[in-house]
Design a protein around this ligand. Sequence first.
Ligand SMILES: Cc1cc2nc3c(=O)[nH]c(=O)nc-3n(C[C@H](O)[C@H](O)[C@H](O)COP(=O)(O)OP(=O)(O)OC[C@H]3O[C@@H](n4cnc5c(N)ncnc54)[C@H](O)[C@@H]3O)c2cc1C
Length: 264
Amino acid sequence: MVQAITGKVLSNELVAPDFYKLDVFVGSMAEEIKPGQFVMVKVASGLEPFLRRPISINSVNIKERNLSLIYQVIGKGTKLMTNIKRDQNLEIMGPLGQGFTWKGTDKTAVLVGGGCGIAPLVALAQELKANDKDVYVLLGAQTKDRLICEREFNKVGAKVQVATDDGSWGFHGFVTELLERLLAQVKVDQLYCCGPLPMTKIVTRIAEKNSLPCQVSLEERMGCGIGACIGCVCKTQDHHGKIDYKKVCTDGPVFDSREVVFDD
Ligand SMILES: Cc1cc2nc3c(=O)[nH]c(=O)nc-3n(C[C@H](O)[C@H](O)[C@H](O)COP(=O)(O)OP(=O)(O)OC[C@H]3O[C@@H](n4cnc5c(N)ncnc54)[C@H](O)[C@@H]3O)c2cc1C
């Protein structure tokens, strides 16, 4: 059930250039969260900015009733979030949206993440490992110091490979090249992807080429996060190619890649 709560901030720390990790005590909300879901965060007190900002749930500690968010400083709202202090109250609404799903019969999953899109894949990797899946994680970043969460994926026992644009860590090139190489070697049941749109489009094409199911998490600018403002629609198609539009906030953010129409 979606809750609008006042959480208590536990920490808000810089983890990489422009990337912060925000830990918040959220009480019973922690029990409701599924990997791939997000929360709407009121980034500052008062009316400015008026709209909350959508941030994916990076990980959850049900026992401690905490969640972690990782956000990249992009504009006004995320810049204001860097001022959030320990012990401060924070208004959060969630968990929102449709998260990632998996089948009991799936044995091997590959998670492909880029930039701040890596963040929600941590919760997914934890869940898949807890369900005895073989989990490969392919991470893409511009440079080594802008790579987030590598340690967390290693900690859950995922097989992690990294690609950086400048070759400062791991493979020198794009994470999608790592994906093509891996698919040539390993039998995979399910792909998951979260990251920049160009990366998501390529992962979708690779999934199609290899006849693999792929779930993609989409990011659109969002007003309300609960389906009321219709500000975050994406173009979709059904099995017969019939075009439709769906709301990223309530129908997504996770979609079957075959459903999404990526206009070039
Ligand atoms: C479901 C969902 C989950 C998200 N999860 C995360 C996350 O885990 N970590 C994270 O760092 N970010 C995440 N984002 C993106 C984050 O919400 C935006 O970066 C943030 O709202 C920008 O707010 P701002 O006030 O800092 O920037 P603004 O001042 O509002 O905008 C600055 C610039 O960023 C562009 N922009 C704003 N929002 C988006 C967006 N959603 N997609 C593309 N461009 C945008 C604007 O067009 C503008 O050019 C998520 C977005 C969605 C929809």
